[in-house]
Design a protein around this ligand. Structure first.
Ligand SMILES: C[S@@+](CC[C@H](N)C(=O)[O-])C[C@H]1O[C@@H](n2cnc3c(N)ncnc32)[C@H](O)[C@@H]1O
Length: 222
């Protein structure tokens, strides 16, 4: 039996084998998509092929960077190529470990507070504490949307009007309060939340529109 076929016949269902393991979530969960390789499979292959830090791995279709991240974890130099700008951005960001986690969380918290303030000023209750405060609020502002040429690129109903408004407001605040060290990770976190929580996308594994949710609230707890 060759090493590669030994990997293929290892125990467990395909679904189980494709699942991301808890210990792999810290980096890989920043952004994954349906085409991402399972990280433990990449490790198995690096091991099976005896790849070490004296070699360099080329992933010419690097997607969201699973192979490159696994190489980085093992101290193996690697290079990736990716034609999809979003996937390329995810790869680059996941490979940037220079960000200070405490500073990132603190800056993201400041962004959240500003966003909540702005929404409240627009009469939009994002914390689910209305109607106590709603009576004193001005009427809900006109919801922002994308220019029609960009809106037409989205799958119909893939995001509802209120979550889109909140997302555009967050993007604005991220830009206005930009912290260069945190900016890529904050935008990638927003992108991950957009496809998994804020929007209405469903992956099965083909991408489509699932349950329509009219709102997407902050998970900030008092
Ligand atoms: C299966 S995914 C890659 C998974 C990735 N190797 C990993 O470690 O998780 C394939 C990727 O190839 C990219 N791709 C397809 N054609 C390409 C091309 N001609 N040049 C560069 N990337 C390409 C796609 O955009 C997609 O992100």
């Amino acid at each position: 039996m060759t090493t590669a076929s030994a990997i293929r016949t290892s125990t467990g269902s395909t679904r189980e084998k494709n699942r991301l393991r808890p210990e792999d979530r810290a980096v890989h969960d920043w952004y994954r998509f349906v085409l991402s390789f399972p990280s433990h499979l990449v490790r198995d292959y690096l091991d099976a092929f005896g790849v070490d830090s004296t070699q360099r791995v080329l992933d010419p279709f690097c997607g969201t960077g699973t192979t490159l991240v696994e190489c980085k974890k093992l101290g193996i130099p690697s290079v990736g190529i990716e034609r999809n700008p979003m996937a390329g951005f995810a790869s680059r960001t996941k490979l940037d470990w220079s960000v200070d986690p405490d500073a990132l969380v603190s800056h993201a918290g400041e962004i959240a507070v500003r966003a909540l303030d702005r929404l409240q000023g627009q009469g939009i209750d994002d914390l689910g504490i209305a109607p106590l405060f709603q009576a004193n609020n001005p009427p809900i502002a006109a919801l922002r949307t994308l220019p029609s040429d960009r809106l037409s690129l989205l799958l119909k109903n893939s995001i509802s009007p209120l979550p889109l408004h909140k997302t555009l407001l967050l993007l604005d605040i991220l830009e206005q309060r930009r912290d260069d060290a945190a900016y890529p990770h904050e935008r990638l976190a927003l992108a991950a939340a957009l496809v998994s929580k804020i929007g209405n996308l469903h992956f099965g594994p083909e991408v489509g529109v699932g349950r329509i949710q009219e709102d997407a609230r902050s998970s900030v707890r008092g």
